[in-house]
Design a protein around this ligand. Structure first.
Ligand code: ATP
Ligand code: MG
Ligand code: MG
Ligand code: MG
Length: 469
């Protein structure tokens, strides 16, 4: 069997053989880009190379990039535990051309890798192209010999990539694998495309224009290529699995969770093990890249991920911290490809243990309160915003944790009332502060609080630099 580690290696070596420089993954916290929450695509570290602001000693590169999509424009946190194909942390394999080869060679390289190196059967593959991109349509026909029904034209922004409101942009083409009619879901572009039958494995971006201003788009003199393929998704396909969580790498973590908790990995608590495996990876890699749990900013996203995982450990019946015990299994799986993970092992273990111990009692008590409150709600009910706020304020439950619990019971949270309760508390704090006679400093302090987002951070409203669409 090809392991995920083998599949990553095959990708890197294939593109190296084809003249690409193997470049290391950049950290999850983007350097020099405070506007982007986390690195969410392979192209992030090359953003300035694409715009021409920076040059490198190579014009073709290949990477396996650590990505986190748990905030900002790309947020897959709510998909984990619900779809077969999403993680909060995943690896994006990508090849890049900086003004070197373009569409034809990019399609050739991708098709050759997928069908020859990886040996996927052609009749299970289909592609999408941007509706207006006749050139890509023709190239797929010529190079891959795909029939018209396997080249689906998509007219939406899903197949048109833009770095931002201005800057490089262009059409894209996605390669899908058909996992067969036992799995519900329609092909891309169809009304039931959200199912998991047709899974997008690779996204090729053809950067051929520059958007100079709204309505002012010019052709780039040297068009570029940016691609991204999810390692876990291609591994699932190659290991004959439908679900990302059934690949060797994820399975090892799920089994570690099962062993440490004593709960069957495939029984009724299957989803909890999966969420734990996913969140363990995201938390550990974030800590290794210098993020620590906090009440705002990136650290609050980390804290939210950790607390969601802890709730699932609680569901497994664990009353002692669990996550930190799974770190060795993760380092065994991924430490060779990402040495920074091995180097940070002690810090990861300590940080997880500390946070788990800190939250344990509040989690117990908060869940009891929630149980009492939801007992009278019945399924499909709405939890009051005041209770959600009490859980947040007194028990340290991030709003999304409470929402996730309610979602599991078919219910929801009255978020408008939650926001109102939050606003009331802020106003009360402001009034108490004013009453203290230090009115002069008050405005300054609250201005800062407002600007820095205080304790409630739900991701930047806008990520300026986005990776794949
Ligand atoms: P999807 O439509 O399935 O959410 P996407 O179009 O958002 O995927 P891209 O932004 O195109 O994904 O990213 C490039 C590739 O990275 C995808 O083709 C997929 O293989 C992989 N990928 C994207 N998001 C995730 C995720 N949350 N977990 C695992 N792999 C992912
Ligand atoms: Mg997506
Ligand atoms: Mg997509
Ligand atoms: Mg895509």
């Amino acid at each position: 069997m090809n392991t995920a580690n083998d599949i990553r290696k095959t990708f890197l070596e294939y593109f190296a053989r084809n003249g690409h420089e193997i470049v290391s993954s950049s950290p999850l916290v983007p350097r020099n880009d405070p506007t982007l929450l986390f690195t969410n695509a392979g192209m992030v570290q090359f953003k300035n190379v694409f715009t021409g602001a920076e040059t490198r000693p190579y014009d073709r590169a290949v990477t396996s990039q650590k990505c986190v999509r748990a905030g900002g424009k790309h947020n897959d946190l709510e998909n984990v535990g619900y779809t077969a194909r999403h993680h909060t942390f995943f690896e994006m394999l990508g090849n890049f051309s900086f003004g070197d080869y373009f569409k034809e060679r990019a399609i050739e390289l991708a098709w050759n890798l997928v069908t020859k190196e990886y040996g996927l059967p052609k009749d299970r593959l289909l592609v999408t192209v941007y509706a207006e991109d006749e050139q890509a349509h023709g190239l797929w026909k010529k190079i891959a010999g795909l029939t018209d029904d396997k080249i689906i034209r998509i007219g939406t922004s899903d197949n048109f990539w833009q770095m931002g409101d201005t800057g490089p942009c262009g059409p894209c083409s996605e390669i899908f694998f058909d996992h067969g009619d036992k799995i519900p879901g329609g092909p891309p572009g169809s009304p039931d495309e959200d199912g998991d039958r047709f899974i997008e494995i690779w996204n090729l971006v053809f950067m051929q224009f520059e958007q100079r201003a709204p309505g002012d788009r010019v052709s780039l003199p040297r068009p570029s290529i940016d691609t991204g393929m999810g390692l876990e998704r291609i591994t699932a396909v190659l290991q004959g699995k439908h679900d990302n969580y059934d690949i060797d790498l994820m399975r090892a973590l799920i089994e570690a969770s099962a062993e440490a908790s004593g709960v069957d990995p495939d029984g009724p608590f299957k989803t909890s093990h999966r969420v734990i495996a996913d969140h363990l990876r995201a938390s550990s890699f974030l800590i290794a890249d210098g993020v620590l749990p906090a009440n705002e900013g990136r650290g609050y996203v980390l804290r939210r991920i950790m607390r969601r995982a802890m709730r699932h450990a609680h569901m497994l019946g664990c009353r002692e911290p669990l996550l930190w015990r799974l770190v060795p299994a993760l380092v065994r799986q991924m430490g060779e490809a990402y040495p920074e993970l091995s180097r940070a092992q002690a810090l990861i273990v300590e940080t997880l243990k500390l946070e788990e111990n800190r939250f344990k009692q509040m989690l117990d008590r908060g869940l009891k309160l929630l149980e009492e409150e939801t007992a009278s709600l019945g399924s499909g009910g709405t939890l009051s915003g005041e209770v959600a706020f009490k859980l947040y304020d007194t028990y340290g439950f991030p709003l999304d944790l409470t929402q996730d619990i309610l979602r599991g019971q078919g219910g929801s949270v009255d978020t408008a009332a939650f926001d109102a309760a939050m606003a009331r508390q802020k106003a009360a704090a402001r009034a108490a502060w004013a009453g203290s006679g230090e009115a002069a400093t008050e405005t300054v302090w609250f201005d800062i609080r407002e600007k820095t987002g205080a304790t409630e951070f739900l991701g930047y409203a806008e990520d300026v630099a986005e990776g794949q669409v």
